[in-house]
Write a new protein. Structure first.
Ligand SMILES: [Zn+2]
Length: 347
């Protein structure tokens, strides 16, 4: 949405680097002794922070997006894949060089006997359960460890989950919770099958690639209310629903800790090729309807644009080839919302 912002940021970083290297006087420096172990410890710490940030952003997006995806099922393509309203972290989600961190961070309190008994080196972990979702009703809780899925091993977890969610609305989970092994049956429901994920980036932005919606960590941090994020999600979902043909989505591939997942290249380029001002206006207006239908009143939603304008003053009043100015977007959104609320009151 805000490409210009990214360029500004790159420019800023380059200028900063350049000005740092241009200082004339030479300073004698003593490099501190750094061992490989020091470095590895610090890398582990930073990866741990990254993984926890991804989980907390995923949770926030999941709580906001699940009711939106559920209440808009009538305008989405049907593919028969069920949603259980639960998101997981799994070792396979991390890039291979980080796989060794998974157990240390997210499986750390599990008794060694379970790894032997179930013949695996890690277990998937429940990171988010959407309120009032099937998993919520079946008493699945955040922090639950998945020992078995439909009585089978969790090896190849996501592939299995995708298959099971297509085959049946019923899913059996064997769970480890506080040293207790529990069995739960979850009865899935139909929702819009688009994954809404967090993506690391210092620029507040959001993307849709037909299959998923990505909201940057910067956008999540810039937003101050659920309504603001609900609108961003609504806008990107409008692109997926009305501007793309993809219909193979599955909750099984909603990643929480996979910080390398990004909009698909093919669709990403087509996004720029085919996005036009009329599509952006449509996404804004339909996005309002989608988020409103998801149960968000969207009061003060335009505060997001106003805050964003502080970072990009040129966007306050200038429209680009693709986007209307932030001022015009805010007015369009307000008026659409007012019309929507009026017609809802008349019903
Ligand atoms: Zn857009």
């Amino acid at each position: 949405m805000m490409k210009a912002y990214l360029y500004l940021l790159i420019l800023f970083v380059l200028t900063f680097l350049f000005s740092c290297t241009m200082k004339k006087e030479s300073v004698s420096i003593m490099l501190p002794k750094i061992t490989l172990k020091d470095e590895q410890q610090e890398i582990f710490l930073q990866k741990k922070i990254l993984i926890y940030e991804m989980i907390s952003a995923t949770k926030e997006l999941h709580q906001i997006s699940w009711p939106i995806l559920k209440n808009n099922v009538d305008i989405c393509k049907k593919n028969g894949s069920y949603s259980f309203g639960v998101l997981y972290a799994s070792k396979e989600d991390l890039p291979s060089q980080d796989a060794k961190f998974y157990k240390k961070i997210l499986n750390k309190n599990i008794n060694a006997k379970y790894f032997t008994k179930y013949n695996v080196d890690s277990f998937p972990l429940v990171v988010s359960v959407a309120k009032n979702s099937p998993a919520f009703k079946a008493n699945i809780l955040e922090g639950d460890i998945i020992l078995l899925i439909n009585d089978t091993s969790t090896l190849g977890f996501r592939k299995k989950l995708k298959k099971f969610a297509l085959e049946s609305s019923k899913l059996k989970l064997t769970i480890l919770r506080n040293q207790e092994v529990l069995e739960r049956e979850v009865v899935g429901t139909n929702i819009c099958n688009y994954n809404v994920q967090a993506i690391p980036s210092p620029a507040p932005n959001a993307f849709a690639d037909g299959e998923k919606v990505f909201i940057t960590l910067a956008a999540i941090k810039l937003a101050r209310t659920k309504d603001e994020l609900a609108f961003l999600i609504g806008h990107e979902l409008a692109h997926n629903i009305f501007h793309y043909m993809y219909d193979k989505g599955s909750e099984a591939y909603n990643f929480a800790i996979n910080y390398t997942d990004s909009p698909k290249i093919k669709s990403f380029s087509s996004f720029f090729l085919y996005s036009s001002q009329s599509k952006e206006i449509e996404a804004d207006l339909k996005g309002v309807e989608i988020a409103f239908k998801g149960g968000y009143s969207l009061d003060n939603v335009n505060d997001y644009w106003r805050r964003l304008s502080v970072f990009n003053p040129e966007m306050i009043s200038s429209s680009s080839f693709i986007y209307k100015s932030n001022a015009l977007r805010a007015i369009m959104i307000s008026k659409t919302l007012r019309k929507l609320k009026n017609s809802n009151e008349k019903k």
